[in-house]
Design a binder for this molecule. Structure first.
Ligand SMILES: *Cc1c(COP(=O)(O)O)cnc(C)c1O
Length: 351
């Protein structure tokens, strides 16, 4: 079965080989205070910065998931208010999780077929602005130039960006925001259980200023530990090892970006003028490159999912309110061109 689910998603073919190697090398029982772990952690962070083009002065932290990153931001970086801009379920969930921790969280919703208008946003009164760059639930994205404008218009607050389903898939301008996070079961093509969080020097300073130290995953505590390439708790060492292996093989992000955006455009063309299966997002400017969302009659959706699974394709269910009327197709780097071609061959008869 080939998984086109947008997370957890198809993993790289080499994973079984790397898991075996990890076992042979003692990675699975590696002590997280040992010199071996410190070397692994340092190497992984170095590769991540090199392959994804992350500024040198940004701090990389290992977490367990993107959800954990939502909570770390709420507890350690929000003094009183956070402003959440979203148009779908993941952005809303982030807002809900934050609101439970800090009641000053406010929500700003926008339409799925409209660009977030950065020049109209005056959000300087918030401590932190929260944006879901790639909304996995509906296949939209906030384009890079909007994030850059948002940064320009709002120099004071920190900006945090959820890139769970786009980091390692498309090129991101990390200088345009302070906090970026993702988990590895999407574009990295790895098994779940590891999150990655990037913090600008400003974000680290803010954490130190608020000095929140009530949790094992308080940001200033985590950042202090990372100065020695370590984490407060025992991390997912196998996950970090697999991340290191995948990064070693990975092309630089500008190349991956080209491949992914070309493949997205070819998917859009494929569905252009289709009778039954239509792209959910009419406006190209806000369409996600990594998650293709298709809308159809519920009966059509049910039939396609069933037939697809018989042919060996796992398609992504609709998410949240869109469960019955949409399917989602991952366009992640671990999927091969051959697999994409095969799926197109199958979908051709249903368009
Ligand atoms: C998948 C996803 C999450 C949640 O990731 P976890 O690793 O399950 O915490 C958060 N935000 C977005 C945009 C996602 O796609």
């Amino acid at each position: 079965m080939v998984s086109f689910y947008p997370g957890p998603s198809r993993v790289h073919d080499e994973i079984p080989k790397w898991v075996k190697a990890a076992h042979r090398k003692g990675v699975m029982s590696m002590n997280h205070r040992s010199p071996e772990f410190i070397a692994l952690s340092k190497k992984t962070v170095g590769l991540l910065k090199e392959k994804l083009d992350i500024p040198d002065d940004y701090t990389v932290l290992f977490t367990s998931s993107a959800t954990e990153c939502w909570e770390i931001i709420a507890q350690s970086l929000v003094h009183t208010t956070s402003v959440h801009f979203f148009n779908g379920s993941f952005g809303e969930k982030w807002f809900d999780y934050t609101h439970r921790i800090k009641q000053g969280a406010t929500a700003v919703r926008f339409e799925i077929d409209r660009e977030l208008k950065a020049e109209k946003l005056n959000a300087n009164e918030g401590d932190i602005l929260c944006i879901t760059q790639n909304e996995t639930s509906n296949g939209t994205q906030v384009p890079g130039h909007v994030l850059q404008q948002l940064r320009k218009k709002n120099p004071e607050p920190l900006i945090a960006v959820d890139v769970t389903s786009s980091m390692a898939g498309i090129q991101l301008d990390f200088n345009s925001a302070d906090i970026w996070f993702a988990s590895v079961q999407k574009c990295f093509g790895l098994p779940a259980g590891l999150g990655i969080m990037l913090c600008s020097p400003r974000a680290i300073q803010r954490a130190a200023l608020l000095d929140e130290k009530d949790h094992y995953n308080s940001l200033s505590f985590m950042a202090d530990m990372m100065e020695k390439w370590q984490t407060p708790n025992t991390p997912n060492v196998l996950g970090i090892y697999l991340l290191m292996r995948v990064l070693k093989e990975m092309e630089i992000i500008s190349r991956t970006h080209k491949k992914i955006t070309n493949r997205a455009t070819s998917w859009w063309k494929f569905f252009k003028g289709a009778r039954n299966l239509k792209l959910l997002i009419p406006s190209e400017g806000v369409r996600s490159h990594t998650v293709i969302a298709i809308v159809a009659q519920p009966e059509v959706i049910t039939r396609i999912k069933l037939k697809a699974s018989k042919k060996g394709f796992l398609l992504g269910e609709g998410y949240g309110d869109l469960r019955k009327t949409t399917i989602r197709i991952a366009n992640f780097p671990a999927l091969s061109d051959k697999e994409v071609k095969q799926l197109k061959g199958f979908l051709k008869d249903y368009r």
